[in-house]
Design a binder for this molecule. Structure first.
Ligand code: THU
Length: 155
């Protein structure tokens, strides 16, 4: 199986993925990003169709800023601990700009997604705009972080 697919417009994505992108965009409204002015939203779909979303939350003490993906992942782990993730969409736009701008999940979020994937024992898809109008669907978190540090390394 291919590790990822690339699409040249949002319209090329399947309906469910487009809907998830739409939910991620909605989530950016709850971004608290007065420092970076970069609003990120993540929407996660669980195996039973439940959605959980998150937006980046910043702090005057800059290193405490939390990415949208991890806000959403940790919220879902607390509310729906036994439901597997099927898909995550991540989008971003600059403050006061409606148009989406490219934003791939950062390395820290990839690491966290990987452990969620390992825990659930099933792959999750991750959708984001990698370059201007170039949408990527990674077929697993593992494919986004090769040669990774994993929980088996420490247990
Ligand atoms: N950010 C995310 O929310 N997700 C990422 O994967 C990368 C960066 C946020 C963190 C910070 O609030 C802002 O984007 C600028 O780095």
């Amino acid at each position: 199986m291919k590790e990822f697919e690339v699409f040249h417009s949002l319209e090329e994505l399947d309906q469910e993925s487009r809907y998830l992108v739409h939910k991620a965009k909605e989530a950016t409204e709850h971004s608290y990003s007065p420092y970076s002015k970069f609003q990120v939203g993540a929407a996660i779909m669980l195996e039973d169709g439940t959605f959980v979303s998150g937006a980046n939350q910043e702090n005057a003490s800059y290193p405490l800023c939390m990415c949208a993906e991890r806000v959403a992942l940790y919220a879902l782990a607390s509310q729906f601990p036994n439901k597997a993730i099927t898909k995550i969409a991540v989008v971003a736009h600059k403050k006061n700009h409606k148009e989406l701008t490219p934003a791939a999940p950062c390395g820290a979020c990839r690491q966290v997604m990987l452990e969620f994937e390992q825990r659930q024992g099933k792959p999750m898809e991750i959708i984001y705009m990698a370059e201007a109008n170039e949408w990527v669907n990674n077929k697993s978190a593992a494919s986004m972080l090769p040669f990774s540090f994993k929980k088996d390394n420490v247990i």
